[in-house]
Design a protein around this ligand. Structure first.
Ligand code: BES
Ligand code: MN
Length: 490
């Protein structure tokens, strides 16, 4: 083994207790981006990670707030919300020399809101128990971001330099659609920042349910909607109005049920699946040996009566290669436990989303869903209600080759750290910026899955095992070394 690599690994080992402390410190900052009211915490988290990068000794670290004057954003974003968008943390280091490989690392310091049902600790008061760190963001994405920073620190402290040049972009808006970073990458400033990157590293996906680390070669996209159904102008007694006045909740149920049919397990929105591209033979082979199985899905879900079985498909294909419809929230009237109201409410609303696969386009899906729902209002509901549909966030699906020298370098690095080779997966989740990297750079993208599959992303008791945290950091120490020897011509 190279002596510098050994020095970096030794340095990483010596820094273990401090690394866990640093993860706790970042989790304690409630940098929530998918609910309003956390601007101060988002700024504090940006400051915290920037300060760490400076302490590690990266040559340039700055905060950048993509403002209202930047490029036009996705439809629907108002100037007011743009002005308060969380800052980007940008860092670079060229001390490896002008000819060294340039690695672009992306991560996010924002998290989803706390949510209900935490029992081991509360979301922003982390605890390390039974070999895991619990707290919001432990897995998604604070743990992996810290793991990467530990790898940089190990190289800088252990050897005085990094083996590759780096560009780092950390955003604070991933959980609400990544508007600021998308605008940044479309600007000249952003393009110049990532120019020349020969590898992109993103560690925001899950490891295999069987415990192996993973390399993900595709992500689903997303079209996320808020649907409001407007009924009568004032509440009426259903005995008086029922039969003449359509209740918005019932109408909403019809609208949602018109999107996807559980009997045939197919989408009913005309055109929605037109661009669903079949898997290549190689992709199909990888999925047929996927560790994503009916058993793993049952186990991770805490048990469901039965899984959805799409005819001629498999759980791995249903996760990674088919679109999926989900209702996230649903409300009408003023629900109170124990109360049994008999009125007709004035409105109903729901958040729902459709996960997308190549080559579906989030905006186009938005238009198809809107046309379809308008048709249902006319033809099924006979214009008895009005609807307002807003697409809240979108993300392009991505798929890339599981074979490149960079991916091979990552697979070897993972094998060194975990003692077992990675599984190749198609992930069901979305990371909005990845499609933009793919469009802007010729560089392979490594989706590094070092977070335990039972880490409870977005759920209660989110956690990261110490084993995966340190293996990720160690693997990334190896990866930076391996990438320094990858031939750019390859
Ligand atoms: N880390 C996740 C993406 C993910 C989830 C990858 C599960 C693999 C498995 C990411 O932080 C995330 O949650 N993204 C959002 C994006 C959306 C808000 C645009 C998602 O997928 O819901
Ligand atoms: Mn997330």
């Amino acid at each position: 083994m190279s002596s510098t690599l050994q020095q970096a690994l030794d340095s990483l080992k010596a820094g273990r207790p401090a690394a866990t402390e640093r993860l706790h410190s970042l989790i304690r900052i409630a940098s929530v981006s998918n609910a309003p009211g956390f601007d101060t915490e988002l700024d504090a988290a940006a400051d915290w990670v920037a300060e760490q990068l400076r302490e590690i000794g990266l040559s340039e670290v700055r905060l950048h707030r993509v403002g209202a004057t930047d490029l036009a954003d996705a439809a629907g974003t108002t100037e007011a919300t743009k002005a308060r968008r969380p800052q980007l943390v940008l860092a670079s280091d060229d001390s490896a020399g002008p000819d060294a490989e340039l690695v672009l690392f992306y991560g996010h310091y924002d998290v989803q809101e706390e949510g209900p049902a935490w029992s081991i600790c509360t979301a922003f008061d982390p605890k390390s128990v039974n070999g895991r760190t619990y707290g919001r963001g432990a897995g998604d994405n604070k743990g992996p971001v810290i793991a990467f920073m530990e790898a940089l620190r190990a190289w800088k402290v252990g050897t005085g330099r990094l083996p590759v040049r780096v560009r780092i972009i950390l955003e604070g808006q991933e959980e609400s659609g990544s508007g600021a970073i998308i605008d940044f990458l479309a600007s000249e400033l952003g393009k110049a920042f990532i120019e020349g990157a020969s590898t992109v590293l993103v560690a925001d996906t899950l490891a295999s349910p069987d415990g192996r680390p993973s390399i993900t070669f595709g992500l689903r996209g997303l079209s996320y909607f808020h649907l409001e159904v407007l009924g009568p102008g004032t509440q009426t007694h259903s005995g008086h109005g029922g039969g003449n006045i359509q209740d918005p909740g019932g109408a909403l149920a019809h609208l949602l049920a018109s999107i996807w049919d559980p009997r045939t397990r197919t989408f009913l929105v005309p055109g929605l699946v037109d661009r669903v591209t079949p898997l290549s033979e190689r992709e199909g082979q990888l999925l047929d040996t996927s560790p994503i199985t009916a058993e793993s899905m049952q186990k991770e879900s805490g048990g469901v009566p039965a899984l959805i079985q799409v005819p001629n498909s498999t759980p791995a294909r249903q996760m990674g290669a088919l679109p999926a419809f989900t209702v996230h929230t649903l409300i009408t009237g003023a629900p109170k436990p124990g109360a049994t109201p008999t009125n007709i409410p004035t409105s109903a609303e729901a958040n729902f989303s459709i996960r997308l696969v190549p080559d579906q386009n989030p905006e186009e899906i938005g238009r198809l869903v809107e046309e379809h729902l308008n048709g249902v209002v006319r033809e099924v509901l006979h214009d008895t209600v009005r609807i307002k549909l807003t697409m809240e966030k979108g993300s392009f699906p991505v798929r890339f080759s599981p074979e490149s020298p960079q991916i091979e370098a990552a697979a070897q690095a993972m094998t060194s750290a975990w003692g077992t080779a990675p599984a190749f997966l198609l992930a069901g989740g979305s990371i909005p910026i990845v499609g933009h990297f793919q469009a802007l750079l010729p560089a392979p993208i490594i989706l590094w899955g070092g977070t335990n599959a039972d880490s409870s992303f977005h759920g209660p008791n989110e956690n990261l095992t110490d084993h995966n945290f340190f293996a990720s950091a160690e693997g990334m120490v190896h990866l930076l070394y391996n990438l320094s020897t990858v031939s750019r011509a390859a």
